[in-house]
Design a protein around this ligand. Structure first.
Ligand code: KIV
Ligand code: ZN
Length: 503
């Protein structure tokens, strides 16, 4: 991939490293929706998945390759012929495609995981790159666990894969072990010790086990790396990957010091982050840098006073630069389908006709209960519509009774296809009773791990949003539900989580 000296390639791995972590799995349609937004964000490379890992991953990569224009589409492949062949098959329709092949290079990985020797790993890496180059010009090689790899072996393998035609060499801190100064120095030493390194772009892929993924990535860039692998909201294996929005805004805000550019449309950052939350149902912490709810909120009197007098007293970047807008009153009871669709499109959501019909019906229903509808309300409706697209059971009716001297009771009616099922249960409170009634109908038992409730927008008539984390047979499933009735929102959230296991 041709790139200017001071341009850092943003390689997004939300759909691969991010999606493979527990609780973040997405349907193919959801992956396509997110990939379309990543293209609007102008990431340079979308790693769409790992085609050989499952037929679902293959199809997702293939559809993204066919439908998403703009970024390079990459697929992951182990250093095995069958993986590389399958990766190319999946990527075929893409205009710009990259095969990303990897092998563990540290003692721990070669000896204990692969049960091989260094010369065997080296030979596998060389033949993988050779095979990939028979298919495409753009080949990335990753030396997995590079930060714990014996340095002379790392130099040897990098030189060999570049000689074989790898155009990007990735240095992953797979276990999140590196410290920024050390990791930066490592990149500088790779530049000094790999004779043909100028023929490839150096990439980094940092995990966040010590909370240093962003710092390590920036330190690497300051020492010559020109690709960062990162994920929206920092999702990924274990503690996650470097957060895309953080690395991008660090380089933009401190361009005076880091001295590099990216092509990212930063005004799309908040929307992308919110879309991922809407799709997965996994919330981000309020104090998350760049995209958290409080990232631009000035609470203390001194801070508020300062910002009112002069923004730069306490603000290093503007909310507008990351696409954070003030609450806008958008639609009301009398708004039509056309205005509704147009507003959704402005927010970045393109729904298919049937999903649009359902979302519009929900909007009308909400507009009857609530006078003013804000962008956040629309996002909640769309998020719910996306989540319900894969619902086996849908909530038709919920009725609860509770009070200081009443046994809390819930009656629930669910639809499965055209069949409706009704059952009742008692519980510690109306939410507990509703969850027990749902369990009785679906036969799926879950353990509630976390339950969070918040209001979307302002006012006593605001929509309530409930997010739950449920342990179902050891798998963590997330669910989100919204309604002006918080019991209904709670039931919907539980049902979204349960549906992830329903057949
Ligand atoms: O963390 C890692 O090393 C990876 C590689 C496959 C790049 O995800
Ligand atoms: Zn990783």
């Amino acid at each position: 991939m041709p790139t200017k000296k001071d341009n850092v390639v943003i390689f997004d791995t939300t759909l691969r490293d991010g999606e493979q972590s527990p609780g973040f799995s997405m349907t193919i349609d959801e992956k396509l929706t997110l990939a379309a937004q990543l293209a609007k964000l102008k990431v340079d490379v979308i790693e769409a998945g790992f085609p050989r890992s499952s037929p679902g991953d293959f199809e997702a990569v293939n559809r993204i390759a066919r439908e998403i224009k703009g970024p390079v589409i990459a697929g992951l492949a182990r250093a095995l012929k069958a993986d590389i062949d399958s990766c190319f098959d999946a990527l075929k329709p893409a205009k710009k495609k990259r095969i990303h092949t990897f092998i563990g290079t540290s003692e721990q990985h070669i000896k204990y995981q692969m049960k091989k020797t260094k010369p065997e790993a080296l030979a596998m890496a060389i033949s993988a790159v050779k095979r990939a180059r028979e298919y495409v010009k753009d080949v990335e090689f990753s030396a997995m666990d590079a930060s714990r790899t014996d340095r002379s072996f790392l130099y040897e393998i990098l030189e060999a894969v570049i000689a074989e035609g790898a155009t990007t060499v990735n240095i992953p801190d797979t276990v999140g072990y590196a410290i920024p100064e050390e990791f930066g120095r490592m990149i500088a030493e790779i530049k000094e010790n790999v004779p043909n390194i100028d023929k490839a772009i150096i990439s980094v892929h940092c995990h966040n086990d010590l909370g240093l993924a962003v710092s390590n990535s920036i330190s690497a860039v300051m020492n010559g790396a020109r690709q960062i692998e990162c994920a929206v909201n920092g999702i990924g294996e274990r503690a996650g990957n470097a957060s895309l929005e953080e690395v991008v805004m660090a380089m933009k805000t401190r361009k005076d010091f880091v001295k590099v550019n990216t092509t990212i449309a930063t005004k799309e950052l908040c929307k992308t982050s919110r879309l991922l939350v809407a799709i997965t149902g996994v919330p981000i912490q309020p104090n998350k840098a760049i995209v958290g709810e409080n990232a631009f909120a000035h609470e203390s009197g001194i801070h508020q006073d300062g910002v009112l007098k002069e923004r730069t007293t306490f603000e290093i970047m503007t909310p507008a630069s990351v696409g954070l807008k003030k609450n806008t009153l958008v639609l009301g009871k009398h708004s039509g389908r056309h205005a509704f669709r147009k507003r959704l499109e402005m927010l970045g959501y393109k729904l298919k006709a049937d999903a649009l019909d359902k979302a519009f019906a929900k909007f009308k229903d909400l507009a009857d209960k609530k006078k003013q509808i804000f962008d956040e309300d629309l996002e909640a409706i769309v998020g719910e519509e996306m989540a319900s697209a894969k619902q086996v059971f849908t909530l038709e009716h919920v009725q609860t009774s509770s009070g200081t001297s009443t046994i809390p009771t819930a009656t629930i009616r669910l639809l499965k296809g055209r069949k409706s099922f009704t059952d009742s249960a008692t519980g510690d409170g109306p939410v507990d009773a509703a969850y027990k009634a749902i369990e009785r109908i679906t036969g799926i038992q879950g353990k509630l791990m976390t339950y969070n409730i918040r209001s979307i927008g302002f006012g006593k008539d605001a929509v309530g949003e409930v997010m739950v984390k449920v342990d179902i047979d050891g798998d963590i499933c997330f669910g989100k539900g919204t309604s002006t009735d918080v019991i209904e929102a709670s039931a919907k959230a539980w049902l979204v989580a349960i549906n992830r296991k329903a057949k």
